[in-house]
Write a protein that binds this ligand. Structure first.
Ligand SMILES: *[C@@H]1O[C@H](CO)[C@@H](O)[C@H](O)[C@H]1NC(C)=O
Ligand SMILES: [Zn+2]
Length: 337
């Protein structure tokens, strides 16, 4: 009897420890706090500064790509440099047009902290023979949004209550295929970085690899366009809890009338595990067991991979709504004050 009991309590202890490791504890914000935070969100800076500076042709290994890369790095260097580690992962790979140089950009807050939430997007743009492709939604806007949120929340992130969790931002190069999407002509940056982080590397922490340190990986792509019917689906079971949190935040902000021109819920309720498994920068990390949330609209914006994916594709009300949702999510995830 007593043996059985102690065996049971041991089991309970093991279960408790396991659930500790897999369950993230969020704070839930009151309506008042939700309103206060979301009413402070604005998009002036993204609209006038970050987005226009990123909205240039960004084909890897070209001069305008280098200009944008330098711009992104200069913005990341405005974060508190005694807390953030800003690094680049530079490499050469074979492409259908010969060898090209690529640069992933990684910003890690408190790099000694063992659990990381990753926010990611790609900053390269697709090569077009027929004209200048700016890739406003693909992914100038997501990159601008991430930079803006980081710089706005830097103080609060530094003084977060959840000090054993940190934030890592990854801006990938070479997501796009130069010719036709294949396993070797696409995802140049994410394939390289996932391999690098899967073995001992500068991204290790406390004996764990950069991959093992990732509690979750949220990828933003094709965001900011006008299509009110585009939906986000909960595709990967391991990322469901985060997706659910984003969905609830969108719903709460809607109820509190904090979203503009918001005619429907975009983060959809019913899980679509296994559907819409879209090829994107999360795949090399998914394949290494990292929990994924892929925030990409289905259907894709009507301007997708057309020259019309330019500044006119952006709906700034939609961008403001996205900024509010992700800002509140970071408050809840990191217990910001
Ligand atoms: C930057 O971080 C250091 C170390 O935590 C802190 O002492 C300093 O006040 C911070 N600077 C700013 C501008 O927040
Ligand atoms: Zn694309």
């Amino acid at each position: 009897m007593s043996n059985k009991l102690s065996f049971l309590s041991l089991l309970c202890l093991v279960a408790a420890v396991l659930s500790q490791r897999t369950t993230h504890h969020y704070v839930t914000l009151t309506s008042k706090k939700t309103k206060t935070i979301s009413s402070c969100c604005d998009i002036e800076n993204i609209k006038t500064y970050d987005f226009p500076n990123i909205l240039k042709e960004r084909v890897p290994d070209t001069p305008t790509h280098a200009t944008v890369k330098e711009y992104i790095l200069s913005r990341l260097h405005q974060l508190n440099q005694s807390r953030w580690s800003i690094t680049t992962d530079v490499f050469t790979d074979q492409t259908p047009f010969g060898p090209k140089s690529f640069t992933n950009i990684i910003a890690t807050l408190d790099p000694h902290v063992p659990k990381r939430l990753v926010l990611a997007a790609h900053y390269d743009s697709k090569y077009f023979k027929t004209g200048v492709f700016l890739g406003a939604t693909d992914s100038a806007l997501p990159v601008a949004l991430i930079l803006d949120i980081l710089l706005t929340l830097d103080d609060k992130l530094q003084s977060r209550e959840l000090q054993d969790h940190s934030l890592q931002v990854i801006l990938f190069d070479g997501e796009e295929a130069f010719k036709t999407w294949t396993d070797t002509d696409s995802l140049y940056g994410s394939r390289h970085l996932a391999e690098l982080m899967n073995s001992p590397s500068p991204y290790d922490v406390e004996g764990r690899t950069g991959i093992e340190a990732m509690e979750a990986f949220i990828l933003l792509d094709l965001l900011g366009s006008v299509d009110p019917h585009a939906l986000f689906y909960d595709t990967y079971p391991a990322g469901s809890k985060i997706f659910e949190r984003l969905r609830k935040i969108e719903k709460k902000l809607h109820q509190e009338k904090q979203l503009v021109e918001h005619t429907r819920q975009h983060f959809v309720e019913q899980a679509a595990h296994g559907y819409y498994k879209i090829q994107d920068d999360h795949i090399p990390f998914l394949n290494k067991g990292v929990p994924i949330v892929h925030v990409i609209p289905v259907p894709f914006p009507s301007q997708w991979h057309k020259l019309s994916d330019n500044a006119n594709a952006i709906n700034w009300n939609n961008v403001l709504n996205l900024k509010k949702i992700f800002t509140l999510f970071l408050y809840e995830y990191f217990h910001l004050r």
